[in-house]
Write a protein that binds this ligand. Structure first.
Ligand SMILES: [Fe+2]
Length: 241
């Protein structure tokens, strides 16, 4: 499987706190069937503060060399918080797309305004990127009206659900919305958004098995294998709606 969303780089954001913890996270991921993982530290997020491309690359290379024998290919990206500053300076490219493709992992303030978010999506697509919206099931501005989800999709947005939401970690509303999105086939990816080894672990297999059993084998294959593989190689994602 390919995990397109992880906070496995140590001491970069609120994810892993050391190389030891990162290696433990990678061991768990490997044992649960992950073959490729994109490291996606928070960028432009006021909660995690300072970010720096050069330092991120150094830490990424450090983790790669320390984990060479674990059987997981590490790739680089980031999770961009759509702040006003980011939208103003998007053309400076002070961020990493997912494995250097046109796909950009984006997140929003949980209390953001729907009109501002739709405007942000337009800015991102006009700059030439394909927005992959992280954990849409956690946003109240999307949960408010199904119409907004379709509006997002019509703008070329792709949705990535979190395994933690499917496990109920983010509450009933997030779980129910994720369930609804899966039934509509509106999600293109499920990723771990791992921050540690326990509470938000890198285990993809449990969610894969759950989707296999509750929805369909074909959709599980698309969410965990086919779509993320296409993403890391910059190919078009086939959508089902
Ligand atoms: Fe994240």
């Amino acid at each position: 499987m390919v995990d397109i969303h992880s906070h496995v780089l140590p001491k970069i954001d609120d994810g892993s706190s050391s190389f030891y913890e990162s290696l433990d996270m990678l061991r768990i991921a490997g044992a649960k069937g992950t073959k490729k993982m994109i490291c996606t530290p928070h960028f432009y997020n006021p909660r995690t503060g300072f970010f720096d491309k050069k330092r991120t690359v150094e830490v990424f290379e450090g983790l790669k060399s320390r984990s060479y024998n674990l059987g997981i290919e590490l790739l680089l990206g980031c999770e961009v918080f759509c702040s006003d500053l980011f939208l103003r300076e998007i053309n400076k490219k002070n961020f990493f797309t997912l494995n250097g493709t046109d796909y950009l992992l984006v997140e929003f303030d949980f209390k953001d305004d729907i009109d501002r978010v739709l405007f942000a999506i337009d800015i991102i697509t006009e700059a030439g990127y394909i927005p992959v919206v992280a954990h849409p099931e956690r946003y109240s501005f999307l949960r408010r009206d199904e119409y907004y989800v379709e509006k997002f999709l019509s703008k070329g947005v792709l949705f990535q659900l979190n395994t933690s939401s499917l496990a109920g970690f983010h509450g009933e509303r997030a779980f129910n919305f994720a369930d609804w999105m899966l039934r509509q086939k509106f999600a293109s990816f499920v990723a771990s958004d791992t921050h540690d080894t326990v509470y938000r672990s890198p285990d993809l297999r449990s969610a894969y098995m759950w989707i296999y059993g509750n929805y369909s084998k074909d959709y599980a294959e698309e969410l965990f294998f086919d779509n993320p593989e296409a993403l890391v190689s910059g190919q078009k994602i086939i959508t089902r709606w």
